[in-house]
Design a protein around this ligand. Structure first.
Ligand code: SAM
Length: 471
């Protein structure tokens, strides 16, 4: 029985409720009066539920789709401005005992090189990432109780935060590791992590079990209830995602929104971020062997609808997507992107991109400097900000800031100051020039006089070599 407040996966992601939702969406997709009413509700910027959202996803009317895109653009602009937060993944270990059939790290893959970073290697990777200008990482690891136990992950987090190389520092470590216990989530919280990210892969239980035939990840309920355990352990910011390509996208979309509704209903705060990875080629993985690949058009529509349906949730696009696709979806609501990513274990310290332990092919292979310049040329402010979490503005405190529209007095100056740090310490001359102009113009867009003055003063001090100001 569907119950968003239940703590049981099969009740808050009720299969029959999803089937009923999809049937409802099919029956009403051409009812343009209903579509208009849903769009009018969406314009209130308080989000939509999974049924309303599914009607919009099913609607094929070109004019209405353009209205959805336009609304997504407006919400993105009003809530997130033109800032794009930058991060990079850091692969710690590809040892894994799971059997995920879409992932090259699956335990049955006997020919892929297995690698686990030592703490010295973690330090070297972190220095390489700091030397590019990164301040925010997402650590990634396979699931292996003896090779990558929680103690190893905690040790790595400790090492990452401890490295201070030149003006560099990693100020926020997000964690993408397999579902674990409340006790282990507490340890991650104590280690000072930012967001705990766990992709559902698919919300379809039967497919999930087939796609994860062996290993602890086979347990659908344990995986799906992970965010509740993380939140019970005090982790306020959790990141959801599905791996598009595994199951029908309309099923996944309804499930994803039901998961967000569940977190809001039980914990009073929805997901901090939603990621939208698409299945990619990798070592022994051929994405064409999976039947549910989605076109770039559907991908863009999904991004726009996520923006409309959960306006307070950040959206992340990785380097799985090409420059062209990223360019298309950025204005539709993306708030975070990775740059210069290497998806192999130890990849950042190699001159040439290694592929032996790569988790998936990277489509956007540009350097961070190129990505930063490209964003600015498109009118965005690349932000290396990590202030909210360091100031304790997580979970509902962050959401309140967003809902009160105070972001412009907070995230905007923080974005400008962290961009200035990047320009001073890491940028090429050309990027620096574009960035200085952008900062000058964007300073004027800080609404509060006092905040603008303080920001101008901090920017000057950053120019003189002082670092790490924040609102
Ligand atoms: N091992 C952890 C777990 O089980 O959740 C998470 C880390 S894994 C390195 C990060 C994510 O990469 C997975 O959750 C999956 O969605 C994604 N992934 C795996 N194989 C992929 C592929 N071939 N193409 C694109 N993304 C993939």
């Amino acid at each position: 029985m569907y119950n968003p407040k239940s703590l049981k996966a099969c009740e808050f992601i009720d299969h029959q409720e999803i089937l009923d939702t999809l049937a409802y969406a099919d029956a009403h997709k051409d009812d343009l009066a209903l579509v208009d009413r849903i769009l009018a509700k969406a314009r209130l910027r308080k989000g939509l539920d999974h049924r309303e959202a599914s009607v919009l996803l099913a609607c094929e009317d070109e004019e209405k789709i353009q209205e959805m895109y336009e609304l997504a653009r407006q919400i993105k602009q009003d809530f997130y401005g033109n800032r794009i937060v930058m991060f990079a993944p850091l692969y710690l270990s590809n040892y894994c005992i799971n059997g995920c059939v879409y992932c090259p790290y699956h335990g049955q893959n006997k020919h892929i090189a297995r690698k686990k970073l030592t703490q010295e290697e973690v330090a070297r990777e972190v220095i390489a990432l700091q030397d590019m200008g990164h301040k925010r990482l997402a650590i990634e690891a396979g699931e292996h109780p003896t090779m990558n136990p929680i103690e190893y992950i905690l040790e790595c987090i400790n090492t990452i935060y401890s490295i201070k190389h030149k003006n560099g520092a990693i100020r926020r470590v997000n964690v993408n590791i397999a579902a674990t216990t409340v006790e282990n989530y507490r340890k991650l919280k104590e280690a000072g992590i930012g967001t705990y990210i766990l992709f559902q892969e698919t919300y379809h239980k039967e497919s999930y079990e087939k796609l994860h035939p062996t290993g602890p990840k086979h347990d659908y309920a344990y995986h799906t209830e992970a965010m509740d355990r993380a939140m019970e352990a005090g982790i306020d910011d959790v990141g959801l995602g599905v791996l598009f390509g595994l199951e029908l996208y309309r099923y996944e979309f309804a499930g994803l929104l039901m998961h967000a509704e569940h977190l809001e209903a039980v914990h009073g705060v929805g997901p901090h971020t939603i990621s939208v990875p698409r299945l990619k080629r990798a070592d022994d993985i051929d994405p064409t062997q999976f039947d549910n690949g989605i076109s770039d058009e559907i991908f863009a529509k999904l991004c726009a609808l996520i923006r409309i349906c959960v306006p307070y949730t950040g959206m992340i696009i990785s380097t799985r997507e090409s420059q062209a696709v990223r360019e298309k979806v950025l204005p539709l609501g993306v708030s975070q992107i990775s740059g210069a990513s290497r998806t192999s274990v130890g990849g950042y310290t190699e001159d040439i991109r290694p592929t032996d332990t790569e988790q998936f092919d990277v489509s956007d292979q540009r350097t961070l400097d190129e990505v930063v310049r490209w964003l600015m040329e498109l009118g965005y402010i690349p932000s290396f900000c990590t202030a909210c979490y360091r100031e304790g503005r997580t979970g509902d405190r962050f959401m309140t800031l967003l809902k009160n529209g105070q972001i412009q007095n907070c995230c905007h100056p923080n974005a400008l100051m962290t961009l200035k740090e990047y320009l001073m310490d890491y940028a090429s001359e050309e990027t620096k020039q574009i960035g200085e102009e952008l900062i000058k113009a964007e300073l004027a867009n800080i609404p509060k006089d006092r905040v603008r003055e303080i920001c101008a003063d901090h920017l000057e001090k950053i120019g003189q070599g002082i670092r790490d100001f924040r609102f």
